[in-house]
Design a protein around this ligand. Structure first.
Ligand SMILES: [Zn+2]
Length: 381
């Protein structure tokens, strides 16, 4: 089984993966047995999923259909955003309600990196980004960060440390920009305004604030020529402003969810992994409240579970990805209105206590054969 090269030491807004992860084929029967232990009635459960539209989310969907005996209601839009306006139709399609939200990230076991997935159906079985939607959203921010890393320069001029900052990074009123938290980098006057030592054609020269010099170390300023700040431009030193058009509902939801976390994402070792985790966290937090308030779910048993799907590219001879699930949190509601949430550790323990045996699972091939041999029904037109 390929091992995941997660970085335990990385401080993230995301959540732990080690010791929390389970293969999808183990997760789904455990989830089924947990639902039964909560009083769900076999054959009366309407599962739903809020997954991305990617083809690699198909295997998890098939596993849900197999163990719950019903094809899951589509409760999501691209990127793993929950379509909260579909609660009411979901509620009318079954007695007991299950909602599974998962953002996703690919994993390449050969190169041990997150964010890519081998597409077996492409001409040369090429790798491409996964989740492609998340990558598309974060790429603009990565590009801005890349520019900033190369256009903040440190130098020592005649025995004096200086910092040269590109003009674009100094414009605080721009709507589509990476904005520096200048007080962390530049010394200010008594009115807290940064005063340039010198004005260049496309940049300005400043004295760095002493705290910044201490963080960078004197050697960072001692290059023969001005040296880019590079990865020393950490997440606490900047933020993003972005005009995100409010168009159709859910159209830019993913980007809005991630906007405040973009400095952490673009400086992360695994940006796609972190962005997918944050999407899951924000979606659980947001959706939980919409379920509590949803009239159509009143008087019903509801389980809402959120987590991360990790799609490990199929190896030769495999039709599907080896999908793993990392649970994040769950919400449980009883028909009398009593509800509670489970945090990650408790949720994982609860699932691990469940059997992976499920005698109610359906034989999908048999079910398909039955449909093929079923007597024809003539429609009256
Ligand atoms: Zn996706």
């Amino acid at each position: 089984m390929p091992e995941l090269a997660t970085n335990k030491a990385e401080p993230t807004a995301g959540f732990p993966i080690h010791d929390m992860i389970m293969r999808f084929n183990m997760f789904v029967p455990r989830l089924y047995n947990w639902c039964i232990s909560l009083g769900f009635t076999p054959g009366k459960i309407m599962p739903s999923r809020a997954f991305c539209s990617d083809e690699n989310q198909g295997y998890p969907i098939i596993m849900i259909a197999k163990h719950f005996g019903a094809f899951p209601f589509n409760h999501g839009v691209v990127g793993g955003i929950v379509a909260t306006d579909r609660h009411a139709p979901h509620a009318t399609h079954g007695q007991d309600m299950l909602i599974i939200q998962a953002s996703h990230v690919g994993y390449d076991p050969e190169n041990r990196v997150f964010g890519t997935y081998r597409r077996a159906q492409t001409t040369d079985m090429e790798c491409s980004s996964s989740c492609g939607k998340i990558q598309e959203v974060i790429s603009w921010y990565q590009n801005e960060y890349e520019f900033a890393r190369h256009n903040i320069l440190l130098h020592n001029e005649d025995g004096k440390n200086i910092i040269i900052v590109d003009n674009q990074l100094l414009h605080q009123d721009r709507n589509n920009s990476l904005s520096l938290r200048l007080e962390k980098l530049i010394a200010t006057d008594s009115g807290k305004q940064p005063v340039p030592l010198r004005i260049l054609s496309t940049a300005k020269v400043y004295s760095p604030v002493q705290r910044f010099v201490d963080r960078m170390g004197e050697t960072a300023f001692n290059g023969i020529t001005p040296q880019p700040i590079g990865t020393n431009l950490t997440a606490d030193m900047f933020y993003f402003r972005r005009d995100i058009p409010q168009m159709e509902e859910f159209e830019h939801h993913l980007e809005l969810n991630l906007l405040d976390h973009m400095p952490q994402i673009v400086t992360s070792n695994s940006p796609d992994l972190l962005a997918a985790q944050i999407t899951t966290q924000v979606e659980f937090d947001r959706t939980f409240r919409t379920i509590v308030k949803e009239q159509a779910y009143k008087g019903k048993k509801v389980v809402f579970i959120a987590g991360l799907n990790i799609d490990i590219s199929p190896q030769s001879g495999q039709l599907f990805p080896l999908t793993k699930f990392v649970p994040w949190a769950a919400y449980v509601q009883d028909s009398d209105g009593y509800y509670f949430t489970l945090e990650q550790e408790e949720l994982v323990q609860t699932l691990q206590q469940q059997s992976v045996e499920n005698s109610d699972q359906v034989d999908l091939e048999h079910a398909i054969r039955m449909m093929a041999s079923a007597e024809e029904i003539k429609m009256e037109l």
